[in-house]
Design a binder for this molecule. Sequence first.
Ligand SMILES: Nc1ncnc2c1ncn2[C@@H]1O[C@H](COP(=O)(O)OP(=O)(O)OP(=O)(O)O)[C@@H](O)[C@H]1O
Length: 594
Amino acid sequence: MNNVITIASDERITDMYNHFKVIAGPGAGKTHWLVEHIKNVLQNATTLHKTSRIACITYTTIGAEEIRKRLGGYQDKVEVSTIHSFLYTNVVKPYLYLLNDDENGISVDVKAMDGHSDNVASKWALRKWHEKANNWHIGDSLKVKKYLEGLQWQLDGNNIALRPRPEDKQGLKIRYSDLPLYKQAFWERGIIHHEDVLYFSHTILNKYPIILSHLVGKYPFLFLDEFQDTNTIQVEIVKWFANAGSIVGVIGDPAQSIYSFQGASREAFVNFTLPNQSTYVIENNRRSGTRIVELLNFLRDADDVTQSTIRHNSVHEVYFLEEDGNPTQIVQCFHELRRHLGMDSDYCILARKNETVKLLRNSNSVDVWRVFEEADSSEREPFIRGILTGYKLAMDNRQELAIKEIVRALRSNRDRMLRNPFKENQLISSLIKRSLAVDLLEYMVGELNNLEDIVFTDFYESLRQFFEVRNYGLKKITSGKIKQFSDETTLTVLLDNLTLPEEKSANVRTIHKAKGAEFQSVLLYLTDLDDVKKLVKPDIDSKNDDTRLLYVALSRAKDLLCIACPPLDTQLRNKLRSMNLIQYTTDKAPVGTA
Ligand SMILES: Nc1ncnc2c1ncn2[C@@H]1O[C@H](COP(=O)(O)OP(=O)(O)OP(=O)(O)O)[C@@H](O)[C@H]1O
């Protein structure tokens, strides 16, 4: 790489008024460096005034919490948030009304708007969409649901359009011109999805660039971590901030770009440049032991970045295990190895797909939440999903987010009347929603530990009583499919099958949910031989994310790394051995090391 300056993760840069890009591999200390850089700017920059702050954008809310914690006493002058939350607070919430009813054809109930949520094509939304688009003939509701939930805003020149992911098309004949009608159904209720935040922000800032001048005054510095996973709409917005006067700094690793399905690409990061930008590289890996770093370097052989380890005293081998149709045995084997090596600190088991995570968690193979939704006509499913997500977040020590989630589950219309599954004509204010949410969370944290084995009917009844004493009425479950479902389904099953959008303490996760995290021991659980082939013949710069996903997973390990593979042929097995990976078998002795 040309004109690149190598720095250490604890090194201060002197030209803090230039745009910058920091490129570094996993465990190099990017986040550590960013936190120190923010402190440096706060201490020394002359362009930060009383009312201005530094904006620090992270990819996840867990990432934001971590940075806030590390900033300690410095956090008052820093707004640390995800790009969605930053743009929602600073652009969408205050200015979205400007777009209503103009030639964009956008009509959002701004008053009922309360944050942004996942795009879930629930029954009412599907019904509304079919009604608006008059396309009842499109069958296969499961496929349609997946198609609509995967919709993304794509930037093409000056146009932004709503498009499906290629893998969701599955022969469905849906007119692209009908897609905005799906969004419209939500917007009319004041519901906007995460991806809509980007769309609205882009449209607002494009139409009213004067807002940018105001934002640049408020945020003279804008830093973005994990920028390799930024999509093209975000890239454009960030460039607008830079052109309008903010000092922009982006940090990332092209080899860890794993969100192509959301429109991110490693090229967008590699090619990202701003006028007079300084480019820095941090070379070492401070996280992982020697063998792990060797394997990581092998995977990114085609790249410019070769890491050296700092942790020379961590020299554990990298192991592989072959599965013979018994995942439980593999997991036991991994724990046995941890014990054998004295690894008693944290661990994580990583898999590519949600289904594998479910299998490893012994969860139900039937999608119980979908059955719930199908069985009910009073929209209990999103309500219960919301409050139980809140409960799980609280158990994950994320109280503030938990309360937000419950507040959102207490949906009301523009006249502030509670929606289903509450009875009609019950007025609620935002303040009461919040106090109800706090009470409900306390109640669930206190009670659910003892109640997990009860059937849903009983849990729902206890909820009904909870609200009744607070003068709010939930509809009763009396008969029909929902009654049968409620009598047959335990709360434990519902909780086990509820995956959080982000997880902080789960021991079994998808690779995407382990981004940025680190563990003493990692088991990467591969179910597909193609992944093993990618491991032995990696392509880190490829258009698809396959090799990079493996790379992200492997680089989460500090000391012990194990890879579980499906049954291998001799050639593949020998190839792994030639890469210095040690086979660990159920008879406990690592093959070839006894
Ligand atoms: N200068 C430093 N001094 C001491 N420890 C450091 C330093 N820099 C980083 N570390 C430690 O090294 C580990 C990796 O750092 P960090 O999480 O910042 O890496 P990263 O580059 O953001 O990694 P990834 O891209 O994999 O998320 C962490 O445990 C961090 O506390």
